[in-house]
Design a protein around this ligand. Structure first.
Ligand code: ZN
Ligand code: ZN
Length: 341
C-alpha cells in the first residue's frame, strides 16, 4: 500500500498500538457481517499513535502529539442521524478499519475532529482500548438508563463486557457479570475491579443466581455482550418485568438470526429492547474524562503485544480466548519481546 497523505481536515498518524477486536475476527472469518465491511481495506479500528503530518485546516493537533482517533472519517452531515450528532447511524458513514483504511499499518489517516490527545498517564496500548470502551459507554451511559438503585447483568466478560460492567458500576448500579469457565480469569479480573458478583454459567444457573441476588425481582437492565444463544436467553429470563435488554456488541452466531419466545418475553413481560451500535462523539468525550479521572481500569485488559507481522498469531490468541486484548505494534520486529502481562 502507498503511504497515505492527509487531505484537508485530515491528520496522518504513525501507529504505535492497534488492538484486535472480535469484529476483526468476524470480518476475517465470515462474510455474514460484510454489510459493514467494504474491502479491499486495511482492518483495525482501535488504535493510537503520534501525529506526523496534518492537512490544511487542522489546528487542534500538531506533529509530535500523542493521539487516538475515533473511527469516523466521513459522514454525509445531511441525514437525521448526522443532524443529531449520531454519526454511528449515518448510512453513508465511512469508518477506519471497515470502509476506510485502518490501524493495522504503519500509518493511518484520520478526520481532524475524530482525533484526540491522549492523557499523559495513559500508554499507547491502553489508549488503543478507548474505542471499545466508548462503545460500552455508549450502551451503558447513553442508550440504557442505569440508575444507582439498579441491579444490572452484564453477559460476557470480553473487553466490551469488562468495560460495560465498570461503566455500570460508575453509574452506581450493583453489577453482576456472567461468563463461561473459559472466561474465569476475566471474571476474577472483574472482581479485582470491584464488580459485585460474578457467575460461571457453565456451573451455575444464571437466572437462579440473579433471582437470589435480586430477591426474585430480576435485574433492571441486562447488557448482552457475548452473542451466545444461551446467554441471550439467560439475559431475557433474568430481567425483571419491564426490564431493559441491551444488545451491546455481542454478534450472534447463526448470522444474527434468533428464535425467541416473542409473546412470553415482550408481551408477557413488557421487556424493552435496545440496540447499541458502535459509538458517538459524546461517548468519546465521556471516556476521555473517565480515564483522565482514572475511573476505568484499562491497562489490565492488555495481555499481549505483538509485531504487526504476527497478526495471525494475535488473531488466534483472541479467537481461542488466550488473550483479552492483543496489541499489534508496527514498530516491533519479529522476535522482539512485547509487553507481556
Ligand atoms: Zn472493535
Ligand atoms: Zn449522515
Amino acid at each position: 500500500m502507498p503511504e497515505p497523505k492527509p487531505l484537508f481536515n485530515q491528520v496522518k498518524i504513525k501507529v504505535k498500538a492497534a488492538s484486535i477486536c472480535s469484529s476483526d475476527m468476524s470480518y476475517w472469518l465470515s462474510e455474514s457481517v460484510s454489510y459493514r465491511l467494504n474491502p479491499p481495506v486495511i482492518l483495525g479500528h482501535e488504535g493510537s499513535g503520534v501525529v506526523v503530518e496534518v492537512g490544511e485546516g487542522v489546528h487542534h493537533v500538531k506533529p509530535g502529539d500523542r493521539v487516538i482517533a475515533e473511527t469516523t472519517i466521513e459522514t454525509c452531515l445531511e441525514c437525521d442521524a448526522c443532524m443529531n450528532g449520531q454519526f454511528n447511524n449515518c448510512t453513508r458513514r465511512k469508518g477506519l478499519g471497515s470502509s476506510a483504511n485502518g490501524f493495522f499499518a504503519e500509518y493511518v489517516v484520520a478526520l481532524d475532529r475524530s482525533v484526540h490527545k491522549i492523557p499523559d498517564h495513559l500508554s499507547f496500548e491502553a489508549a488503543a482500548l478507548l474505542e471499545p470502551m466508548t462503545c460500552a459507554i455508549h450502551g451503558v451511559m447513553e442508550k440504557a438508563d442505569v440508575r444507582p438503585y439498579h441491579t444490572v447483568l452484564v453477559s460476557g466478560p470480553g473487553p466490551i463486557g469488562l468495560f460495560a460492567a465498570q461503566a455500570a458500576k460508575i453509574c452506581g448500579a450493583t453489577v453482576i457479570l456472567s461468563g463461561t469457565t473459559r472466561g474465569l480469569p476475566r471474571l476474577k479480573l472483574a472482581e479485582s475491579f470491584g464488580i459485585d458478583h460474578t457467575i460461571n454459567s457453565n456451573t451455575e444457573d444464571v437466572t437462579e443466581v440473579v433471582n437470589q441476588i435480586t430477591k426474585g425481582r430480576g435485574v433492571d437492565v441486562a447488557f448482552e455482550c457475548s452473542g451466545a444463544q444461551s446467554a441471550i436467553y439467560a439475559c431475557m429470563e433474568s430481567l425483571k418485568f419491564g426490564g431493559t435488554y441491551v444488545w451491546l456488541g455481542g454478534m450472534s452466531s447463526n448470522n444474527g438470526e434468533l428464535c425467541i419466545e416473542y409473546n412470553k418475553l415482550f408481551g408477557g413481560k413488557e421487556l424493552k429492547l435496545i440496540g447499541a451500535r458502535s459509538t458517538t462523539p459524546a461517548a468519546w468525550n465521556m471516556a476521555l474524562r473517565l480515564v483522565e479521572q482514572k475511573k476505568m481500569h484499562v491497562q489490565e485488559l492488555v495481555t499481549h503485544t505483538l509485531p504487526l507481522e504476527e497478526w495471525e498469531k494475535g488473531f488466534g490468541m483472541v479467537m481461542n480466548r488466550e488473550a483479552i486484548k492483543v496489541i499489534l505494534n508496527p514498530e516491533l520486529t519479529i522476535g522482539e519481546k512485547g509487553v507481556q502481562k
